[in-house]
Write a protein that binds this ligand. Sequence first.
Ligand code: ATP
Length: 248
Amino acid sequence: MNYSSNYALQVVNLTKIYGRGSIGVKELSFNVKQGEIYGLIGPNGSGKTTTLRIIATLLKPTSGEVLVYGVNVVENPFKVRQLINYLPEEAGAYRDLTGLDFIKFMLSLRYNGRELEKAIEEAVEISDLGDNLKKPVRTYSKGMKRILALSVVLASKPKLMILDEPTSGLDVEKSIYIRELIRKYNREYGVTVLLSSHNMLEVERLCDRVGMLYKGKLIAEGTIEELKSKTGGRDLEEVFIKLKTRGG
Ligand SMILES: Nc1ncnc2c1ncn2[C@@H]1O[C@H](COP(=O)(O)OP(=O)(O)OP(=O)(O)O)[C@@H](O)[C@H]1O
């Protein structure tokens, strides 16, 4: 496949068949442009996590090709890992570390010296966890762990940030806070973002473009406005239902 420098990510004919023939994704193709916030949406089991894990070099595809800034995820995973950071669906932090030690540990994998100090300060500020950062992660609530993991991913300012359900388990205020931060890092630091979500409202507010997955296939793609005018749906939820009933 030819690399186009417009793209942060190119996914071509991606297929993942798990053991016993279970289909993760099937012949999936889409691109994410540099500087864009792209949302993958779809119901449970539609293949969002499978796609994100392959791009994050954590899962091998059965066939197809994925390039991150022109680097092939299967042939050169180490190089890809320098360009991305990934927030997993179940972002666990090491239970016995304090929140602060977790931040230090994770960021030291990417930075050193003064840059490391600055990144740690930034993550501490983003996390907004105050004195809780001195406590072991095992004492944190689900939402606190999520914010902790997100603070590290954001502060590392990767070229491509891959977020699996970034606001899952967060209350309304925290979700808004995180969405604003994602936008800020995208606009101010040029971080390209690929995220997955069940929350159509969130995607509608945050994403420049959206891909709709259904049973491992892309059934529609475009800006929110394009998808609405194509289907006559008033919002993304309606768009999705209409596309699904058309047999997408
Ligand atoms: N380890 C696995 N072994 C077998 N099948 C799997 C495995 N992981 C995922 N699958 C299957 O692949 C398909 C896609 O799953 P995936 O987790 O990618 O979907 P998803 O869109 O992220 O779902 P959710 O919204 O529930 O997180 C599902 O049918 C699922 O059962």
